[in-house]
Write a protein that binds this ligand. Structure first.
Ligand code: SAM
Length: 216
């Protein structure tokens, strides 16, 4: 059984303070970061790293995103309780937990089979139950579409048509788009059937693979 005690809560409170200083304003997002035990996603030898504002390797050449990035994307999604959200790139499952804490109904898809199986088996053991899918999320998740919100947690070369077409009217897609090493965070809102695009800061994600990503 993993332990979550006052020491961990203290470290989370410090992390929340740091994210607020870095510009995260949404109290609901900050409170979600304050609740999810990020150290549960780390091996015990690496516990010191869990509450640093840094990405960290999770195996298979992939990473658990930096807390600031998770908070930034979550804030831009404007999650309302009950929103149906698609996350592309399950990875460790940490972002999915934050979305669940925000009251979303979460569908999460992962391309890498090892990570998919590991996270599908692990997350429910710490009390988080999104709907897990294995496959190429660059094509969205047509069987469960449409979605209120879509979040892409890997760097895409373009905005995949499949994703904008799976957004509901009024829906929001948050996606980093650029080259294989740096991407610009975009927010795309579907309004009156049109796509309205906003640009934010630069980030560095691992590449989005698949048909509408960087390929295999
Ligand atoms: N959201 C994750 C978390 O909270 O730990 C971090 C995700 S990691 C930065 C990016 C993930 O996207 C990796 O696990 C990678 O295998 C996955 N990925 C890459 N291309 C994908 C695709 N086409 N469909 C689904 N997942 C993909």
């Amino acid at each position: 059984m993993k332990e979550d005690n006052y020491k961990h809560q203290g470290l989370r409170n410090k992390l929340v303070k740091k994210l607020a200083e870095k510009g995260i304003k949404d109290d609901r997002v900050l409170s979600a970061i304050g609740k999810v035990p990020r150290h549960f996603f780390f091996e015990s030898a690496l516990l010191d790293h869990a509450y640093q504002d840094k990405a960290f390797p999770i195996g298979e050449g992939q990473t658990i995103s930096q807390p600031y990035t998770v908070a930034f994307q979550s804030e831009k999604l404007e999650i309302k309780p009950g929103d149906k959200v698609l996350e592309i790139g399950t990875g460790s499952g940490y972002q999915a937990c934050i979305l669940l804490e925000l009251g979303a109904k979460v569908y999460t898809i992962e391309y890498n089979r090892v990570l998919f199986e590991r996270t599908r088996d692990f997350l429910p053991t710490i009390g988080y139950k999104p709907h897990f899918f294995h496959g190429d999320g660059s094509k969205g998740l047509p069987v469960k579409a449409p979605f209120d919100k879509i979040i892409v947690t890997a760097g895409a070369p373009i905005v995949p048509d499949a994703l904008t077409s799976q957004l509901k009217e009024g829906g929001i897609l948050v996606i980093p788009v650029g080259d294989r090493t740096r991407q610009l965070m975009l927010r795309i809102r579907k309004k009156d059937g049109k796509l309205i695009r906003e640009e934010f800061d630069d980030f560095a994600f691992v590449p989005l693979l698949g048909a509408q990503g960087w390929g295999k």
